[in-house]
Design a protein around this ligand. Sequence first.
Ligand SMILES: Nc1ncnc2c1ncn2[C@@H]1O[C@H](COP(=O)(O)OP(=O)(O)O)[C@@H](O)[C@H]1O
Ligand SMILES: [Mg+2]
Length: 226
Amino acid sequence: MSNILIAAQNIRKSFNDGDLSVDVLKGIEFSIQKNQSIAIIGTSGSGKSTLLHLLAGLDIPDSGSIFINKKSINELNNEERGQLRNEYLGFIYQFHHLLPEFTAKENVAMPLLIRRCAKRAAYEKAEVILSEVGLSERMTHKPGELSGGERQRTAIARALVTNPSCILADEPTGNLDEKSANEVFELILELNQNHNSSLIMVTHNVELSKRADKICELRDGVLIDK
Ligand SMILES: Nc1ncnc2c1ncn2[C@@H]1O[C@H](COP(=O)(O)OP(=O)(O)O)[C@@H](O)[C@H]1O
Ligand SMILES: [Mg+2]
């Protein structure tokens, strides 16, 4: 049990849409260990992104508890939750969310600069990680000058640059063609192993999900081991 990095107990979450209340999560049990990779699959609208947001402390469940590195995030204020997130988590989204006016290197260094890391050290670290994702020749390119796969590699580098304990990825290959999707997925798994981080990957690509250590399916508001 001591190896558990993120845990969720009996998570419930509903959204109100006018008079209508939609129960999206109805008692989620989840845990991920250090260095483990878990794929979460489920149909569109099943609540995958909602769950990922809750696990990251970006939203609060109606009931139930979430623990990041044994700290109950329910008991923290916004600022403390943000600090915990910064310290332990990295994010990759379906759309890269890179800043268009900055180069790949500047984008990747950004999380370190925001943490007031010295400029030179931040850029050096960004260069190392960009090389790891195969973009040593693209560091001074802006997102508009990169292919879809390259942009997503840059986003992966940006997520890893702070050495997070866990990467949370929400359909990171959903916007790529099949070949790039495979490459990006492999890269995320490989880097995760090299960096000793855990991975929670939301995907509706069943084939790709099989590469993770474990697959869970979100269906009817609960998470089932596959
Ligand atoms: N902020 C919100 N307000 C209202 N409804 C929401 C909100 N976020 C998600 N939902 C609803 O919750 C359900 C699950 O959404 P989501 O977690 O995005 O699903 P998935 O990522 O599996 O496609 C959907 O019916 C969606 O419309
Ligand atoms: Mg989603």
